[in-house]
Design a protein around this ligand. Sequence first.
Ligand code: ZN
Length: 309
Amino acid sequence: MPSPSAMSIPKHIEFVEVGPRDGLQNEVVLISTDDKNALINRAIDAGARRIEVTSFVNPKRVPQMADAEAVCANLPDRDDVTYIGLVMNQRGAERAIATNKIDQLGAVAVATDSFAMANQGQSSDESVEAARAIIALAQAEGRTAQCTIAASFGCPFEGEVPDRRVLEMALAIAEAGPVEIALADTIGVGDPAHVARLIALVHKEMGPLPVRVHFHNTRNTGLANVWAAVTAGATVVDASIGGLGGCPFAPGAAGNVPSEDVVYMLERAGVSTGMNLDSLIQASHWLSDIMGRKLPGMVAQAPSFPKAA
Ligand code: ZN
């Protein structure tokens, strides 16, 4: 665990909105393509410059993402926005590249064999190889790629995940040349001390390659984990508007950390995110109406602070 003196508050982090993909993928009721594009446009208007817009996976397994190509066709042409498409294999990568809209492929490796099998039908080592192949394919096609290590902080089937396993995977994937590597708490079991320790370790060993973090708020440790991560060296943070989200293949996984709650916390603490909080709150209210229910995010339900002059 890093000593308190090893922690430092960054001036800036890079924000990634993942609501259109990770936020929506677990919803049973199909959201219209138009509403998905409206959510993406609201994220852009709120300042998001990296957005996970969809995933190119088997529609039989994840029906909510069956309109990936249609969502991409409606994306505004913005040179200043990086559109990320999540892919699990070569077929998904080829679909993403064929849209001509996806700037960056997001690959996924999984830290344990049981979860890798449930999520993508392969062993953990095979998922590392698949991620490396996706990164190579993206580069050959003039795109960038990044990789998320799912279940970095715990597995729904196997329990504890050793730090050294996550580090070993991160180093193996880093060799393939991704723009960053993310550690994901897919099922929301991490605590801030664990997060600080693992992020500091991976950050130190991977050198200049940025570390992104992806937290789910299943046990209400999400925001604390974001803070632990950014003060331990993570420079990129995933979040979803309203705190929507879950994983179809991870029993009991709840939503992502809410974008507006993350932005409120970081900006109040002096960490700039490039995001407009009021726009995010309005987007969260809009999304709540679309979903027909209250969303988990708390800042959008609270009075504004500080009060407008
Ligand atoms: Zn997730």
